[in-house]
Structures are given as C-alpha cells and as structure tokens.
Ligand binder design. Sequence first.
Ligand code: CO
Length: 133
Amino acid sequence: MISAVNHLGIAVRDLEKSMELFRTIFRVESFHREVVEEQKVSIASFKIGDVLVELTAPTSEDSPIAKFLDKRGEGIHHIAFSADNVNAELSRLADDGIQLIDATAKQGAHNMLIGFLHPKATNGVLMELCQQQ
Ligand code: CO
C-alpha cells in the first residue's frame, strides 16, 4: 500500500549554498547529510512536519541529478511516497501498464529501499516509492 508523502527531492547545484538558503527560510537547525554512491548524489535533508525535504546535488558529471540540472535547471526533482512493500507496488504498477524506471527496488538515502516510476507515465512528475528497512 502507498500511504503518505515521505519526501520531496529538490535538485540543487551547490549544496552548501542551498543549505544556507533553507536554513534561513525554515530556521533549520541541523541537516542530515549523506552521500548515496549508487545515485552519485550528496544530500542534505530536514523535516517539515512529517515530510522530509531532500536537497540533492550531483557528485559527478554522469549523476542522474547532473543530467536533470542540465536539462531542467534547479527545482523540484521528485516526490516520494511511503510504501510498505516497494517491490510489491512496483510489480503491481508494471502489471497495470505503468512505465517504471526501476523494475525492482534499489538502495536509497536514509536506509530506504526506493524505486522510481517513469515521469512519462506520471504527467511529467518523477515519483519515487520508498520503504524504510
Ligand atoms: Co528520494
């Protein structure tokens, strides 16, 4: 079951500058910092209520976030929803004819299993399903 909005991913070029900006806007006291090697990203996240805001910067030129920034510029990158079983949801969606980026779950930040739907299938909005391990 897909239950709640878990986090918003925001693509940024300069993580330090972006943290400074969001610190000012939301009075963020501390960020969770993490590098996700598999995605080639460095993230800084903070919570607003129950929802995480995840500032995401590329760690290399061939990072998917680097490609996104080149094409679309900075901004909302994806919306992530909590699921109790990401793999089950991905196969259900595939059965329903929804185009996916990930047929099976992979490792994401915050020790979560994640899987992306294809934005072509979701009105141009990149959507992620995530499951706490
Ligand atoms: Co995410």
